[in-house]
Design a protein around this ligand. Sequence first.
Ligand code: AP5
Length: 209
Amino acid sequence: MKLVFLGPPGAGKGTIAARAREHYQIPHISTGDLFRTHIKEHTPLGSEVEAILGRGDLVPDAITVEMVRERLSADDAQRGFILDGFPRTIAQADALAQMARLDYVVNFVLDEEVIIARLSGRRVCKSTGRIYHILYDPPKVDGIDDESGEVLIQRDDDKPEAIHNRLLVYQRQTFPLIGYYRSMGLLVDIDAKGTPLEVFARLKAELGF
Ligand code: AP5
């Protein structure tokens, strides 16, 4: 199954993708995670995009499309995938159409107030990638990853000015994709309120298994 997860920052795409990856046995490909790995490993691409991610702006289409093209050509992506955070512009969607035939585009719908609460409380582990929330999904020991024992961090783009910018960028550049995919008959809207368990149950019901 070839899926795209679309929706505003903080809607829970990564959280639900972690469950969907296990359930559907397909890789979870997050462009945000790919960029953050480049930054962590100090690659040339990482240095090029670090400031862009920190501000909450979009990385240029040409760079992003090439990174995704390479990732989708790997063996594990041939049977299916969950693309999380790509495409984010009409140009990226046009490029993706040349690379793969999608089954569904899942659009996570959530109010801005809840989005801001989710993003401001998010904490992540740099090595395991596990996502927490200080109130809704805290680790067993405050500030420490359950698996690795490492200290959790707050993403630079989860600070207030960057959150504000990311929401504006989403409205201007990514929101138009809802109409783009709806007109192709690929869009499935999912109410992203409630617990991850509830949201994931809605997704399975919509996809039929
Ligand atoms: P990316 O990492 O993709 O960020 P994003 O789309 O803004 O999405 P987030 O990771 O912030 O949110 P999410 O929806 O996955 O929510 P999560 O599950 O973590 O991109 C980062 C940057 O990379 C971009 O700004 C851009 O610079 C660049 N980039 C990436 N893709 C690009 C592209 N295609 N083109 C150009 N540039 C690109 O959940 C959030 C919080 O809420 C967590 O704390 C979680 O625990 C909590 N939570 C989740 N679900 C629930 C729930 N149901 N109930 C309660 N709490 C919940």
